[in-house]
Design a protein around this ligand. Structure first.
Ligand code: DAK
Length: 260
């Protein structure tokens, strides 16, 4: 498919989806959200891709939020539709059956922080800035910020960010637990790809099941979630990768996982 607002590239087992509207600091309008959905679908259909990286074009912004020029004239019903499309897009990222790493290369504000939060974890460049400035525009987060942010960093810190609308640096975001690691901007993509390659070299079915268990178990009580883990663990022993991984260990060689 031809894209106007995103770039989708594949290098070996790693896919990179770059939101590509640098003149508008990669702000998310409806057209971009639709293209992100199509891009994620394309990755879903391509079993050769083991890890997806989500980033923004240019050196200034990851995503500076939902597109304010598109949103300002919306009727309540249009805003409802826009918010739903945002949720669908972020849920598609969250539910992709492979890990998605956000490489936040600059401003991640409003919908920008929210789309990064839908990824499995976040790496950031030193110049990255995070924030939920919606209240400064007279609205509040509409792409899951009131839900994913408190689940990640706790209610108190999430409320502070959302009620004040203030921006935090990459270093502050690291301390809060929004970001896993920080890199200089020039090496952010290279370092993110190194980690993606490390993940891609592991048993793909095991990684997918682990993602599914962490995400679905998070909202269950511990006993049910652990029982669910046991069933999935048993199913893991039906895979070729389990046999290969354990044989390789005993035979003191590198495993050759085939993702099945
Ligand atoms: N939307 C549209 N255009 C944007 C934009 C955005 N969010 N952010 C930046 N731009 C555009 C600017 O208008 C400018 O365009 P031109 O004037 O050159 O045509 C260009 O990008 C460069 O921006 P600046 O000139 O402002 O650059 P600066 O370096 O001076 O400042 C900045 C960078 C990131 C601090 C600043 O641009 C800024 O504050 N941007 C807005 C950040 C923001 O407030 N983001 C949150 C957006 S609200 C919902 C659904 C979703 C949401 C809420 C409700 N429902 C429907 C219920 C989510 C809302 C949001 O994400």
């Amino acid at each position: 498919m031809e894209y106007k607002n995103i770039l989708l590239t594949f290098e070996g087992e790693i896919g990179t989806l770059t939101i590509n509207r640098p003149k508008a600091l990669n702000a998310l309008n409806s057209e971009t959200l639709k293209e992100i959905q199509a891009g994620v679908q394309e990755v879903r259909a391509n079993q050769a891709i083991k890890v997806l990286i989500l980033t923004g074009a240019g050196e200034k912004a990851f995503v500076a939020g939902a597109d304010i020029s598109e949103m300002r004239g919306m009727t309540p019903m249009e805003a409802l539709g826009f918010s739903k499309m945002g949720h669908q897009t972020l849920n598609m990222i969250q539910d992709l059956d492979r890990p998605v790493i956000a490489a936040v290369n600059g401003f991640a504000l409003g919908g920008g922080t929210e789309i990064a939060l839908a990824c499995d974890f976040i790496y950031a460049s030193e110049n990255a800035r995070f924030g939920q400035p919606e209240v400064t525009l007279g609205i509040f987060p509409g792409f899951g910020g009131t839900q994913r942010l408190p689940r990640l960093i706790g209610k108190g810190k999430a409320k502070e960010l959302i009620f004040t609308g203030k921006m935090v640096t990459a270093q502050e975001a690291l301390q809060m637990g929004i970001v896993n690691r920080i890199f200089p901007q020039a090496s952010l993509m290279e370092e993110t790809k190194k980690v993606a390659a490390q993940i891609a070299a592991n048993g793909a079915v095991a990684v997918r099941l682990a993602k599914m268990l962490i995400d679905s178990g998070f909202n269950m009580d511990l006993a049910d979630a652990c029982a669910f883990e046991s069933y999935a663990f048993g199913i893991g022993f039906a895979t070729e990768d389990q046999k290969e991984g354990m044989a390789a260990f005993i035979e003191k060689r590198k495993p050759n996982f085939r993702g099945r």
